[in-house]
Design a protein around this ligand. Structure first.
Ligand code: PEP
Ligand code: MN
Length: 262
């Protein structure tokens, strides 16, 4: 039996914020970090609206090899500058175990993407680190497989794992994926780990992202990770699902009202 019955006994501190405790944590930023100006503008904007932690991709797992793959190491210096200027910490995806060391000092949490949930050598490597890991659910993974993937990290000696439901592939094509809200409720009640929701990849359509963020808050998720871009039409990845800075502000206001109500 892999499931436990005690809800969220593991609290994971990311850059000074306790994920899995009484507070709802909001992680926000661009899908891809594209330039100093784009990242700084986004970081300042989301911080002003109440985001706690920054997100941003350095290496991207794109379906097409011809699509933008991320700036990689050429962005390290300006990323550090943006985090310093805004006094925020960054969560970013590692797509390869060698990247752990490269960005170790730049991030407060490592992200494992949906496509790498089954990459057990990467998970084992992250299990040996002292920093938290946010493990996204594979887009076709059972809840049980997701929980067992998390155990590759915890078994290695790193207890600080956050589960992230980011939508799964279903028969539906009207939206990018289907947010499995069942999985959020199930994982909250049957694992000891914090659970957050990524409404952006779950639905893939900007106008619907806030609605799913509210659902996440109502169902008892510990937070959200959401994509924001100052000019979504210019985004190098996932522009369709990026909130503008104003969309984000409006969403944060309503989210606060929902969190007070539940
Ligand atoms: C991302 O967070 O930009 C991303 C690639 O997400 P996922 O791994 O869930 O597809
Ligand atoms: Mn994305």
């Amino acid at each position: 039996q892999t499931m436990q019955t005690s809800p969220s006994t593991q609290i994971v501190n990311v850059g000074g914020f306790d994920i899995g405790g009484p507070q709802f944590t909001v992680i926000a930023g661009p899908c891809s970090i594209e330039s100093y100006d784009q990242f700084l503008e986004t970081a300042k904007g989301v911080k002003a609206s109440g985001a706690h932690i920054l997100r941003g991709g350095i290496w991207k797992m794109r379906t097409s090899s011809k699509a933008f793959q991320g700036l990689g190491s050429s962005s390290f210096d300006f990323i550090k500058a943006v985090c310093k200027e805004t006094n925020m910490t960054l969560i970013s995806e590692v797509t390869d175990a060698r990247q752990i060391e490269e960005i170790y000092d730049m991030v407060s949490c490592f992200q494992v993407g949906s496509r790498n949930m089954h990459n057990y050598s990467l998970l084992k490597e992250l299990g040996m680190q002292k920093k938290p890991v946010m493990l996204k659910r594979g887009f076709a993974a059972l809840i049980e497989e997701w929980v067992k993937a998390a155990e590759y990290i915890t078994a290695g000696g790193n207890p600080n794992v956050i589960l992230c439901e980011r939508g799964i592939r279903t028969f539906e094509t009207a939206t990018r994926n289907t947010l499995d809200i069942n999985a959020v409720a199930f994982a909250k009640r049957n694992t000891h780990l914090p659970v957050i929701v990524d409404p952006s990849h779950a639905v893939g359509i900007r106008a619907l992202v806030p609605d799913l963020a509210y659902a996440a808050a109502a169902v008892g998720a510990d937070g959200i990770i959401v994509e924001v871009h100052p000019r979504p039409a210019e985004a190098l990845s996932d522009g369709m699902q990026a909130l503008t800075l104003n969309d984000f502000k409006v969403m944060m206001n309503k989210l606060e009202r929902i969190l007070t109500a539940v």
